[in-house]
Design a protein around this ligand. Structure first.
Ligand code: ADP
Ligand code: MG
Length: 243
């Protein structure tokens, strides 16, 4: 099968701090990959290298065949196909939910306003917020805000979604509603890379789990393999702490 994302010998340093040491991985279309690992192991940096929010120190990242570190690649064009959802939702507080969702496709002239509004309604229904289109983010709970952030990413019609600890800032009772939306997205065939501490989600939804530590992929496999029968001592000791 053709790989949607190809990472070859990726290295990333911040000054003298080498954060990603030699990462190679391929992610297939429709695959759901969950990245787990201790804080500071390089998970966010890895995710940000995929859409070139971070420069790449060495190696290659290809998204849909586009080399992300090639000056000839139109990064903005490729990024239109890559949605990203962060721990903090970064919604525009002075815009309604509908306006938050329609902003990017309208500004970038990908959709006209009417089409964008229709699409926003579909997407808000999909994340269970059909009745919130006209409210401001300040009137929403954390879980609702994060679902709006997901709808906003989907408005660009991406075929890859990157999630960086999307539930880590949420009160526990709101985690489930966000994971449910992500689960549905996975079931609909979205290619997803999810950095998460939600081991239950990873176990249930991931096609593959990647354990990172100190800038390396230490171990990867199906959830059954990584959670049920970890091969590496570092994986075992991490899982002992979080499970
Ligand atoms: P994780 O997401 O696994 O917690 P990160 O990718 O955020 O790990 O960070 C990995 C390491 O890179 C940490 O030591 C962090 O302090 C460092 N780091 C991340 N971003 C920067 C940056 N912009 N400048 C300098 N150091 C950074
Ligand atoms: Mg992180």
């Amino acid at each position: 099968m053709e790989s949607k994302i190809v990472v070859r010998n990726l290295k990333k340093s911040f000054g003298r701090l080498e954060v990603l040491k030699d990462i190679s991985v391929e992610i297939a279309e429709g695959e759901v990959v969950c990245m787990i690992g201790p804080s500071g192991s390089g998970k966010s940096t890895f995710l940000r290298c995929l859409n070139r929010l971070e420069s790449i120190t060495a190696g290659d990242v290809l998204v849909d065949g586009h080399p992300m570190n090639d000056p000839n690649t139109n990064l903005n064009k490729v990024r239109e196909n890559i949605g990203m959802v962060f721990q903090h939702f970064n919604l525009f507080p002075h815009l309604t939910v509908r306006e938050n969702v329609t902003l990017a496709p309208v500004e970038l002239k990908i959709l006209d306003k009417e089409t964008a509004n229709r699409r926003a309604e579909e997407l808000l229904a999909r994340v269970g917020l059909a009745d919130k289109a006209d409210v401001y983010p300040g009137q929403l709970s954390g879980g609702q805000k994060q679902r709006v952030a997901i709808a906003r990413s989907l408005a660009m019609n991406p075929d890859i979604m990157l999630f960086d600890e999307p539930t880590s800032a949420l009160d526990p009772e709101m985690v489930g509603e966000v994971l449910e939306v992500m689960k549905q997205l996975a079931a609909d065939g979205m290619t997803m890379v999810v950095v998460t501490h939600e081991m239950g989600f990873a176990r249930e939804v991931a096609d593959r789990v990647i354990f990172m530590d100190e800038g390396y992929i230490v171990e990867q496999g199906t959830p059954q393999e990584v959670f049920g029968n970890p091969k590496e001592e570092r994986t075992r000791s991490f899982l002992d702490k979080v499970l």
